[in-house]
Design a binder for this molecule. Sequence first.
Ligand SMILES: *Cc1c(COP(=O)(O)O)cnc(C)c1O
Length: 390
Amino acid sequence: MSDYLMKNYAPLPVTFTKGEAANLWDTEGKQYLDGLSGVAVCSLGHAHPEIATAIAKQAKQLIHTSNWYHIAQQEELAAELCQLSGMDNVFFSNSGAEANETAIKLARLYGHKKNIDEPAIIVMDGSFHGRTLATLSATGNRKVHAGFEPLVQGFVRAPYNDLEAIGTIAKNNQNVVAVLVEPIIGEGGVIIPDEDYLPGIRKLCDDNGWLMILDEIQTGMCRTGEWFAFQHANIIPDIMTLAKALGNGVPIGACLAKGDAAELFAPGNHGSTYGGNPLVCAAALAVINVMKSEKLEARSQALGKMILSQFENDLADNTAVVDIRGKGLMLAIELNRPCGELMQQALTQGLLLNVTAEKVVRLLPPLIISDNEATEITQKVTTLIKNFIQ
Ligand SMILES: *Cc1c(COP(=O)(O)O)cnc(C)c1O
């Protein structure tokens, strides 16, 4: 491990040098199956030929000019994203946290326009929204806050999947201007809310004149079996943030807005030097192209169902398995005990997976995996869990 790197990560003892689709190879030439996609980023797998070609072609033509000039790729990408989602317009950033920062700034502007001097945003316990000061303050996890106080003000907390709690806040707090929520909690343990939760928040937002902000950074881009997770719920948010799979590995984030929220920014309100440059937008356009032509939202839905039923067959009667759940290819097996060691044990068996919220084995495989690879992942995970809890 390098002495020249800050100690904020604790990487496992492996270095990957090459990837192809759902496969990775380390410095020793050992092959691995990727059940994590770099945390829902490489949804098209590694070294995808169309993405690699788009990046190389754009790099040879023009990488960056700044947002002081028109950027054709950015305009085209914004139009594609709006068409797919039904949103009205887009701001491009370089990460998920920055996309959420944009959403938070929009909500505050919206509040000030309504003469609310100290606008507040309702955020959920167990949520994750990023590591910048505003987004870590919005995050519902004390471990993410610890040591970085004072937190940014203007967030009101509610338990996840609890519409009544939001209703109570609505009655007691006149400063609320928005609700920020993950359609499915990702880092916090793959928590899928009740079916009426997002429609209920939509209604509360409509009744109170609040903006509904969906953090789809992990759930967006076909991950859950629709292009965006809100499409399962037949609603549309006022603001949605994206990142992760949008660039398949090149750093890009996006904040999309609709209606009033789409009219808030004026020149000078917000910006980003790199945000939406020709290179990352060319990559994201290629990602959308592949996802569309391969109908990966449908593939994600079908594969997710297959994997879930395999897990239910193999693991449901195991007393240490508390729950098996997922939507599309966002999958989790919750155990009755901490299981962080499984990440290393899986690596030894040639598989990448993640353990989050201490007890939750999380799988986010590339959406392009074959049926056989999906079965290989479930078999490996089943064996690992059976051996772990013996
Ligand atoms: C990953 C993630 C973020 C943060 O994205 P970064 O690109 O790491 O800043 C925010 N929200 C959710 C739901 C995420 O999964």
